[in-house]
Design a protein around this ligand. Structure first.
Ligand SMILES: Nc1ncnc2c1ncn2[C@@H]1O[C@H](COP(=O)(O)OP(=O)(O)OP(=O)(O)O)[C@@H](O)[C@H]1O
Length: 326
């Protein structure tokens, strides 16, 4: 059953006379207990779309959608107070850089206990006990004394564990993790990912994992959504996407995986970069970079083909042999 249903979500920047879409009518669902991997190059709209769902793009009129339903309730139609109760408790998010997310002026214990007070109440003693339990749960040794330290006294990995503790404090049903390990040393990255995946399984949370790490997505995600220039270009089960990508962009992304037999690296098969907000091309967003582009691709925006569980936005989806269907 779907826990999150996003229908035609757009996020505009720029002013009224010249609005620019950072996210352009994206739709997707996340089921209870499911891991959705969102992939795509920098600037494709992965973070902005998640911030919009969390209500963290707080300029009026920037965010529009037919609906963003959480457990069937439209977040966009909720009173601010109701929505804030959900985001931070039932829906939670962790960000790339723990150091900028923790407040340097307060102890770790204070910050976790404050999150608990806002969403769950309870006595101070109960909150302290729960904060200690949370630190233990995320693998922080000697939690009672760690509650008293300030963020600068923690390593990057420990800080991210604290952020995860805060994010799961209220037993969320959906956790959005936006490149949660990018700011950490490689050796620590794997530990944090293992921790997240363990917690996801233990608590049967739905997890949206925004990452550049395709190998991780292949291994951990049930479903994959590929974004390019603010649009969703392909969705499917992880197995299908990695076995037989239908969009030339997904194909190029997968070829950038080091273990790929093609020997190509870092999107070599696509020249150029994701277009910026001000220079979106006509037709298909990928056409200036796509090796298969035709005149139709340069003039007509492709429609989404296929059901939501296996959809592709391309005039000539690739066949099983990886060739465009013309
Ligand atoms: N506050 C803002 N004002 C104007 N433009 C913005 C703002 N925030 C993001 N953008 C633009 O929106 C687009 C999408 O950005 P977003 O951060 O969602 O990309 P991303 O796919 O998450 O990239 P990365 O992988 O680097 O995090 C980019 O072109 C970015 O420059």
């Amino acid at each position: 059953m779907a826990i999150l249903e996003v229908n035609q979500l757009s996020v505009h920047f720029g002013d009224e006379s010249a609005p620019f879409k950072a996210v352009d009518k994206i739709s997707y669902t996340v089921d209870e207990g499911e891991i959705l991997g969102i992939v795509g190059e920098s600037g494709s709209g992965k973070s902005v779309s998640s911030l919009a769902i969390m209500g963290l793009i707080d300029y009026p009129g920037r965010v529009s959608a037919d609906s963003v339903n959480f457990h069937g309730e439209n977040l966009l139609e909720m009173a601010e107070k109701e929505r804030k109760k959900l985001t931070g408790a039932d829906i939670s998010m962790i960000f790339q850089d723990p150091m900028t997310s923790l407040n340097p002026c307060f102890t770790v214990g204070y910050q976790i206990m404050e999150a608990l007070q806002v969403h769950q109440g309870g006595s101070k003693r109960e909150r302290r006990a729960r904060a200690e339990e949370l630190l233990r749960l995320v693998g922080i040794p000697d939690p009672a004394s760690r509650l008293k330290v300030y963020p600068h006294q923690l390593s990057g990995g420990m800080s991210q564990r604290v952020m995860i503790a805060m994010a799961i404090a209220c037993n969320p049903r959906l956790l959005i993790a936006d490149e949660p390990t990018t700011a950490l040393d490689v050796t620590i990255q794997a530990q944090i990912i293992d921790l997240l995946l363990d917690l996801q399984k233990e608590q049967n949370m739905a997890l949206v994992l925004i990452t550049h790490d395709l190998a991780l997505v292949a291994e951990a995600a049930h479903k994959v959504m590929v974004m390019y220039a603010g649009q969703v270009v392909e969705t499917g089960s992880s197995v299908e996407i990695f076995r037989s990508p239908k969009h030339p962009y997904t194909q190029a992304l997968l070829r950038s995986l080091p273990e790929s037999s093609s020997g190509k690296s870092r999107l070599d098969s696509l020249s150029g970069v994701v277009p910026g907000l001000f220079d979106r091309p006509r037709g298909c967003m990928l056409n200036p970079r796509c090796p298969y582009a035709t005149d139709k691709c340069r003039s007509e925006e492709p429609a989404v083909q296929g059901p939501p569980e296996r959809a592709v936005k391309c005039h000539y989806p690739l066949n099983e042999q990886g060739e465009p269907t013309r």
